[in-house]
Design a binder for this molecule. Structure first.
Ligand code: HEC
Ligand code: HEC
Ligand code: HEC
Ligand code: HEC
Ligand code: HEC
Length: 215
């Protein structure tokens, strides 16, 4: 009777024994990379190429978030402002500051400043700012008191359970639609009933099913 499996298949168990730990290590490495603090841990606070302070600009000077993050209500992602936005003021203000040298260089060369991403979900999770802002969830609920930060840090874990905690019961996080960028407006101390707000036209249904966020 002829052999059903060619002779080389005898080597398969050996090949598996050799390759499995290599693939295993790759998998562990991949998982470790994806779930490492950079992506998901609250407190992540990289040093940026320019010492830009939200406390100074958004806090003390009271600039609205949307002056710089101007796409946040129109696109899934909030744009990081181009150098031109900084130069609207810094072509006149603090023009000799060494802290602003990289901004002036970027303006002259046309190369954007290499800002380091602070918040980043893994590719397999879908997030869009628009439905959240349209529902009256404020920036502060997800990003913390950015207006008090001299260096941006991640305030919330951005984990799946964090998303779901709010999706199961969004009400305590809702505010009037014109207060989404007001960092001082605190739902816990304000007397606000979303159900009685005439500006709200429908009941909210944040997704809890897997395909809502894994598309
Ligand atoms: C004058 C322009 C300006 C204003 C106003 C401003 N930002 Fe920013 N924002 C930036 C720049 C530049 C960065 C990138 C550098 C950094 O992280 O500090 C940034 C970064 C961020 C990040 C982190 C982005 C990432 O990489 O994950 C968040 C979140 C953020 N801003 C939220 C806000 C909120 C909320 C407000 C309003 C309270 C606001 N910003 C007002 C310019 C601005
Ligand atoms: C419901 C939670 C939530 C709210 C509300 C929210 N953000 Fe975000 N923000 C996130 C998450 C999650 C990310 C990471 C997105 C990703 O990696 O795809 C993010 C990322 C960012 C970034 C980095 C660029 C980007 O979009 O990936 C900026 C800047 C930012 N947010 C600014 C703001 C501002 C300004 C507001 C208020 C007008 C705001 N966010 C409101 C959750 C939120
Ligand atoms: C609406 C005007 C305005 C805009 C837009 C603006 N700034 Fe400023 N910025 C100021 C003012 C005013 C000061 C100085 C405050 C003071 O007198 O100390 C300042 C100070 C600074 C400083 C500290 C300089 C020093 O020597 O202490 C840095 C760094 C800076 N800004 C970066 C930026 C960056 C980066 C952007 C763009 C993302 C930006 N600014 C956009 C008005 C602005
Ligand atoms: C603080 C509350 C809160 C947090 C935190 C939050 N969400 Fe939401 N989410 C909402 C609300 C409210 C809606 C709007 C539901 C509606 O419009 O009916 C929503 C809607 C959505 C939608 C539906 C968008 C659409 O176009 O159908 C997705 C997807 C989503 N959220 C993903 C996420 C992810 C991913 C995270 C975590 C990284 C997250 N959300 C964190 C409150 C939250
Ligand atoms: C509201 C949005 C949302 C919903 C709904 C959701 N996920 Fe997730 N999921 C996320 C986010 C955001 C991450 C990334 C978390 C991180 O990076 O820590 C994630 C991560 C995961 C991971 C990677 C491992 C982990 O736990 O971090 C798996 C597996 C997963 N989700 C499966 C599911 C399944 C199965 C369902 C349905 C029962 C589901 N998800 C529903 C947002 C969601």
């Amino acid at each position: 009777m002829p052999a059903i499996f060619p002779r080389w298949t005898n080597n398969i168990p050996l090949a598996i024994a050799i390759l499995a730990p290599i693939f295993g290590a790759g998998l562990v490495g991949g998982v470790w990379y994806y779930f490492s603090p950079k992506f998901t841990d609250a407190g992540y606070r990289p040093i940026q190429p320019v010492a830009f302070s939200h406390k100074l600009h958004a806090g003390d000077m009271g600039m609205d978030c949307r002056y710089c993050h101007n796409t946040v209500e129109r696109a899934a992602h909030a744009a990081i402002p181009p150098t031109q936005t900084c130069m609207n003021c810094h072509s006149q203000v603090k023009t000799d500051s060494p802290k602003l040298a990289p901004i002036r260089e970027s303006y002259e060369s046309g190369k954007s400043v290499p800002w380091i991403r602070v918040h980043q979900l893994p590719d397999y999770a879908f997030f869009d700012h628009r439905p959240h802002l349209a529902a009256g969830v404020g920036c502060v609920s997800c990003h913390g008191r950015i207006d008090q930060m001299t260096v941006v840090q991640m305030d919330q874990p951005l984990s799946m359970s964090w998303c779901l905690d709010c999706h199961r019961n969004p009400e305590p996080n809702l505010r009037p639609l014109d207060q989404i960028t007001n960092m001082g407006w605190d739902p816990a101390t304000e007397d606000y009933d979303p159900k009685a707000d005439p500006a709200r036209k429908r009941a909210l249904t944040p997704p809890e099913h897997c395909s809502g966020c894994h598309r």
